[in-house]
Design a protein around this ligand. Structure first.
Ligand SMILES: [Zn+2]
Length: 280
């Protein structure tokens, strides 16, 4: 190729790639609802944020599609909760910065549900802000301002949950052990019907023990999770003459919840109202 031709072609190429960079904002991939909301609250409209686990799906046994893996490979950053929860994140080959939100949390072995305690959600948001500010130093001030506004809301939520500490009756029965951070941070005692794994049925003697515990604490309710298989908890509630109340692990929003404008904070407020029915 003649030299005089090469120069204009090269400058067109430079222009094209230059355009591309300004036209598309860098992408942050987040794994599931709370990670998406926390990240979005920090970055605002400065960076595009996408979420991997779709509505109505559980994060626990989710496997990303090939397309999603490709998106993660191309992303600037991946924000996820923990290596114990989104087990597939560490194996994704990418130059993206992987931000493990729960690394800011004093973790309880066997329970990955850190975000269900507003106190831990606050730590995760601060950590996400710090790490993303290193990745996008040009937006550091914006991220700090956005995070501050969101943290005020989370701190108000935390203060509401703090009132549970004054209760006389602090035991609550859940379908499966997903609320140990909430119990630890707000001075409560969680008794789980099925332990960590919701799919393992408890033995007859375990159910009998639970029934005794419920009678001892004068409890008439078992908390069951929305969208989860609650057969075991229902059986227990029936045999103990108790009713069931809803509690949400805030892992995803249903289409109806998203339409209604629900989010992490509003669902946690509903959880608080539900807990206040037995913790008082
Ligand atoms: Zn869960």
């Amino acid at each position: 190729m003649k030299k005089w031709l090469l120069i204009p072609i090269l400058s067109v190429l430079v222009l094209l790639t230059g355009c591309q960079k300004t036209a598309s904002k860098p992408q942050i991939m987040t794994t599931f609802e709370p990670m998406y909301e926390f990240t979005k609250a920090v970055v605002g409209d400065k960076v595009d944020v996408a979420m991997i686990v779709p509505a109505n799906q559980e994060v626990h046994d989710y496997e990303p599609s090939a397309k999603q893996v490709a998106q993660m490979t191309d992303a600037s950053a991946i924000v996820y909760n923990s290596n114990d929860l989104e087990k597939w994140v560490p194996s994704v080959k990418t130059y993206a910065t992987k931000i493990e939100a729960a690394s800011a949390v004093d973790q309880i072995a066997g329970d990955p549900h850190t975000w269900i305690s507003p106190k831990q959600a606050i730590k995760e948001v601060k950590y996400i802000q710090e790490e993303l500010s290193k990745k996008f130093p040009e937006y550091k001030t914006d991220f700090a301002k956005n995070a501050e506004a969101y943290l005020i809301k989370l701190e108000a939520l935390d203060a509401q949950f703090d009132t549970l500490k004054n209760a006389k009756q602090k035991t609550f029965i859940t379908q499966h052990e997903a609320f140990s951070y909430l119990a630890r941070d707000y001075d409560l005692k969680e008794i789980a019907v099925t332990g960590i794994d919701p799919d393992i049925e408890p033995s007859a003697s375990a159910l009998a023990n639970l029934k005794k515990e419920m009678e001892k604490a004068g409890l008439k309710s078992v908390y069951v999770e929305e969208n989860a298989n609650s057969k075991i908890a229902d059986t227990l509630a029936k045999s103990a003459g108790a009713d069931t109340l809803l509690i949400n692990t805030v892992e995803s929003l249903s289409d109806a919840q998203r339409k209604a404008g629900d989010d992490y904070i509003s669902l946690m407020q509903e959880n608080l109202k539900s807990l206040q029915k037995t913790i008082k």
